[in-house]
Design a binder for this molecule. Structure first.
Ligand code: 3IO
Length: 310
């Protein structure tokens, strides 16, 4: 059985590292019955065409960032709200539980193989950001809820997928970005962005989806291997991400002379206060879409608390 697996960013970045790990485990656990051919760097499907490309069979499997189509993935994007997720491991588990409980209809046409999140987002910039005055009007790149957060802080948010960001930074279209900071090393953003402002605000949620017909045609023992890998892959990726963020920060400081800026408690309180309306806005939109919005937020908060204690 040959399966194609599409991914949008370059091979050394975390969505592709987890893809290669999944491929290795699948090929091992099916004793070579399944062969997975991986396509990093948008070579089969691009960031924004990932979901439709898998639905219509251009790729058998695809890895997508749900922030790139916020309206389409309303339920799972609730995990991207500023709710205090402390790590990728906690975020990944909370996201998987959210998906499993609500089974959102936007995934009805695919088989969801796993989900995971980034570590919390921080500001990486060419100029230092120490106060809200510094961020005001700064051209910063983000997507989905992270972009709404930048807007609330007064930045000029510029929306684009991560895979388009190296060129935008290079050309000066943006002065920095807001995402998990393992990208400082993996995309070499530390060569241009000499400052990280630690805000630890929110995560980006990801899904790995499979074409439904391809899934239906798999033998039961292969399906069992994929099912057994779902939660395992979610945890593996969360742990990999958290460790890799630390590695990236250490490398950025030691090799690239990057300054890590910590906000004082007083300054941080001002930043957080500006984000209060963000959850309310999501609740309003989710209710308009007929979703049990408050229940989703309450469930997320409970999962975050539970997984944070483990
Ligand atoms: C991301 C996306 C691709 C490769 C590495 C990455 N690290 C964090 C993200 C999150 C994301 O999708 C984004 O747009 O910030």
């Amino acid at each position: 059985i040959k399966l194609t697996y599409a991914n949008f960013p370059p091979a050394p970045t975390f969505p592709c590292v987890q893809m290669e790990r999944w491929k290795t485990e699948v090929e091992k656990r099916t004793n070579g019955k399944v062969a997975v051919q991986t396509f990093p760097g948008g070579s089969l499907l691009d960031a924004k065409e990932m979901m439709d490309g898998v639905v219509n069979g251009q790729a058998d499997i695809g890895c997508l960032c749900m922030a790139y189509q916020p309206g389409r993935f309303m339920v799972t994007n609730a995990a991207a709200l500023p709710l205090g997720i402390p790590s990728a491991k906690v975020g990944s588990q909370a996201l998987w539980d959210l998906y499993s409980k609500y089974q959102p209809k936007e995934f009805a046409d695919v088989k969801v193989l796993t989900m995971f999140t980034t570590a919390p987002a921080n500001i990486m910039s060419k100029k230092p950001v120490r106060t809200l005055a510094d961020i005001k009007g700064m051209d910063l790149r983000a997507s989905g809820e992270a972009a709404q957060i930048l807007k609330a802080w007064g930045a000029n948010q510029v929306g684009m997928p991560m895979s388009s960001t190296p060129e935008a930074l290079q050309k000066g279209v943006v002065q920095g970005l807001f995402s998990s900071v393992e990208v400082m090393k993996d995309f070499k953003f530390a060569e241009l962005c000499k400052y990280i402002t630690m805000t630890e605000t929110n995560i980006y949620p990801f899904a790995v989806v499979m074409n439904q017909k391809k899934w239906d045609a798999l033998p039961d023992e292969v399906k069992a291997v994929f099912e057994e890998l779902a939660v395992e892959q979610c945890l593996w990726t969360g742990e990999y991400m958290d460790a890799h963020v630390q590695e990236s920060v250490d490398w950025s400081k030691a090799e690239q002379k990057v300054e890590v800026i910590e906000l004082s408690a007083e300054e941080k309180a001002k930043w957080n206060a500006l984000l209060a309306p963000n959850v309310d806005e999501w609740v309003k939109q989710a209710k308009a879409a007929g979703l049990p919005a408050e229940e989703i937020i309450d469930d997320l908060k409970a999962s975050i608390a539970t997984f944070s204690q483990k």
